[in-house]
Design a protein around this ligand. Sequence first.
Ligand SMILES: [Zn+2]
Length: 73
Amino acid sequence: MECGKTIEITIFEDDTYEGGNYFGEFTVPEEESEGEYEKTGEWEGYDVVKWTGKKVSHEYWECDDCAGSSQDV
Ligand SMILES: [Zn+2]
């Protein structure tokens, strides 16, 4: 949450929702787990790495205000 507001989301049985804006789910490396960045290849001169440890997934939500104002820019 960008603004730090607490939002209340209602999710209905048909998978629609109201009260916030869902931007998807993403996974980040869980730094405390035993893992390392393993090089799996190269892409345009950059190393492509894969995290070998555990991952935690986060859902990213924004409130209507934030989602609305970022669309205006
Ligand atoms: Zn917000």
